[in-house]
Each structure stands twice: as C-alpha cells, then as structure tokens.
Design a binder for this molecule. Structure first.
Ligand code: ATP
Ligand code: MG
Length: 259
C-alpha cells in the first residue's frame, strides 16, 4: 500500500482524522497530527461521530460511500467540502490543510467543489438557466454573456435544451436534479460532493442522473465522492467505501489501477 501511495502523484483528497498519514513522495509513514477524531456538542452532550477515518482519493476517481442512517456519511462529506470545520486530525484537500483552517480558507475551499444534495436545492424564483448561472457566479470572474453561454451549453448536455427558461416548479424531479447536476458541474469543479442525489427519484431517473454525473465528471476529470443508499447505482463507482458507526470499512486503495 505504501508504495502505491508513494507512486501516486494524482492524489487529490487526503483525509486522516487519526493515525498515519503518508505524504506521497516520502517512503516512510509518519504521524503528522495527534490521533483525534470528530465530535459534535460540548461537555456532557459531546458525542463522537467519526472515528479513525483514513481515506485517500485519486484525481478523477468516483468513490461511493454507503452505510446505515446516522453512521456519519453526511458529516464526513460536509467536512471534506469545507461546509463544516474539521476540528482535529488532518483533512487535506488538493494539498490544502482544512483541519483548523480559518473561515476564509474554508470559503476558498468550498469554491473548488460542486455540491449535489438529496433535495435539489434550486431557487424556486430562478429559471433553470439562472440557477445554473449561479454555479458560475460564486467563482465570479467571467463576463455575464460568457456565463450565460456556459450555463446554456451544460443544460444542453444534461438534456434540458427545451427547458432552459423553466422554473423548478414546472420541472419533474429528475429534471430538477439534472439542473442541480448542471449547476454543480458548470464551473468544472475539481471535486463533486453528492449526498444521496437519487433518493427522491424513481429508479430510471436515478440511473439517468448518476450516469450523467459519471459522463460529465469523466469528461472534466473531476473527482466524485457520492453518498448513497441506492444499491442500483453502485456500478458507477471506481471504489465503494462503507461507513458504519463512524468508521470506514472496505476502504481498499485502488490508486494506480484505474484509468
Ligand atoms: N449538527 C449536529 N449536531 C449534533 N449531532 C449531529 C449533528 N449532525 C449530525 N449529528 C449526529 O451525527 C451522527 C451522524 O450523522 P450523519 O448525518 O453524518 O449520518 P448519515 O450517515 O449521513 O445518516 P443518513 O443516512 O440518515 O443521512 C448522527 O448520530 C447524528 O445524530
Ligand atoms: Mg446523511
């Protein structure tokens, strides 16, 4: 395992809440941080929800995370996304340490991610095009016309050419989720974090949206970490990790064997 890691220059996410962290080019594993974990609450209400998490994900890899309700999947995803501050251990995303990072650094880290949630979280008062354009406005450097063109293009790619000016209320669940995917991917993020993106969809629509995510992500070379309870979509994964009681199981490294 060590040599696999040492040989990989493609690592993008490096998560290690406790224990050993390999540094890639260095032959010797070493402790970089005190072996601590993630808790919620304070004092007597303090509750540990993640234990000894060690996960490394290569650039372009699609990793699916399964596990029972309450096992800590969303908590891990929000930490990786910089939506929640990592308290202890090490959480390196694209070379940047997020554990103990200041709010400004977390905001910066969030900008490199695309997010897809169980509920599509579209703005009801904005059209599909305007919602997708928002995915570009957060990074905010392009002229308006360029943003409109890019948003229009990706809406075509997700099969919504005829629904560009529709409001979310006038779209089906699958169509809304496709808008959400377009919004997440329009800025070509390095990482896409998806939390049960198919949960509200029927089996065929669920299949369609993950296939779409997979296709777009492969085109853009982005990394996907996707939480799901949906066994029907597991085959899109390069690797499946399983969370149970705050611990990751089946975390088999595949670095170097894919693509
Ligand atoms: N903000 C919070 N404050 C306190 N405890 C929390 C908070 N968020 C989550 N928890 C607790 O952390 C544990 C893990 O929750 P998490 O939402 O990560 O689980 P999950 O695996 O995503 O579950 P599900 O499959 O139901 O979405 C649960 O016991 C939950 O009650
Ligand atoms: Mg969850």
């Amino acid at each position: 395992m060590r040599s696999q890691l040492a040989n990989s220059s493609r690592l993008t996410l490096r998560i290690c809440f406790k224990g050993l962290l390999w540094t890639g080019s260095d032959e010797r594993p070493r402790y970089l941080h005190p072996p601590l974990d993630h808790h919620f609450g304070q004092g007597r209400l303090r509750k540990q929800v993640l234990f000894d998490i060690q996960l490394e994900i290569a650039a372009g890899e699609i990793v699916l995370m399964t596990g029972p309700s309450g096992s800590g999947k969303t908590t891990l995803l929000t930490l990786v996304g910089g939506l929640r501050a990592a308290q202890q251990g090490s959480l390196k995303i694209l070379g940047q340490e997020l554990a103990g990072a200041k709010e400004q650094a977390l905001v910066q880290a969030r900008r490199q991610n695309g997010y897809i949630f169980q509920a599509h979280n579209l703005h009801r008062s904005l059209t599909a095009l305007q919602n997708v354009k928002m995915g570009l406005e957060v990074t905010g450097t392009q002229p308006l016309q360029a943003m409109v063109e890019q948003a229009t293009k990706i809406l075509h790619q997700v099969g919504l050419a005829d629904h560009i000016h529709y409001y979310p209320d006038d779209l089906s669940g699958g169509q809304k989720q496709r808008v959400a995917i377009a919004r997440a991917l329009v800025s070509h993020p390095a990482i896409v974090l998806a939390d049960e993106p198919t949960a509200a969809l029927d089996s065929q629509s669920g299949r369609d949206v993950v296939t779409l995510m997979q296709t777009l992500a492969k085109e853009q070379g982005c990394t996907i970490l996707l939480v799901t309870h949906d066994n029907r979509i597991l085959d899109i994964a390069d690797r499946i990790v399983h969370m149970e009681d705050g611990c990751l199981k089946n975390n088999i490294l595949t670095i170097g064997s894919k693509r």
